[in-house]
Design a protein around this ligand. Sequence first.
Ligand code: HEC
Length: 159
Amino acid sequence: MKRIRVIALLMVIPFVYFACNGNAEKEHKIVDHDESQVKEVENYDPERGLGEFDESNVKLGPLDVAMAEKGERIAQTKCMSCHKLSDERLVGPGWKGVTERQTPHWIMNFITNPDPMLDVDPELQAQLEMCLVRMPNQNLTSEDAREVYEFMRKNDGVK
Ligand code: HEC
């Protein structure tokens, strides 16, 4: 009888151990997350955002029709479930006029890696409050981003 109790106890120990460990892990993550929420990026430039694109590596000319077409295909599979081409909001803001509101490098930096900018950019924080959804990373390459941007220019009437 005693032996059975000991065995039962031994079987319970690992569960207790892992349960506590699991909690510790969770608490740790919450703390990490809070820290990243209040993180301030020094010298954040709201015209540029965070990422590889800036004035020196984005060159714009007349509309590149082939590039805009590729961008449209990417947008249809990865973006149009949340964004309309008009100025109406769906899940996120409508795209009409976005290339006039934001610089090309801001847009391309944001769409290749939304998270770091969502944490610090004043305009994005305001949108986040209104939309209540955090735009997910859609895994665009730099090239994809440039093509989607060309499609946005076309949508804004660039010829
Ligand atoms: C699940 C919904 C969702 C998907 C998919 C999505 N977005 Fe967004 N997007 C949002 C939301 C919501 C915002 C507003 C900011 C926030 O709350 O995260 C936003 C904001 C933006 C903005 C800033 C708009 C402005 O007016 O300043 C751009 C640009 C943008 N998204 C582009 C894209 C592109 C390009 C794709 C596809 C590669 C995409 N989004 C896919 C939800 C989405």
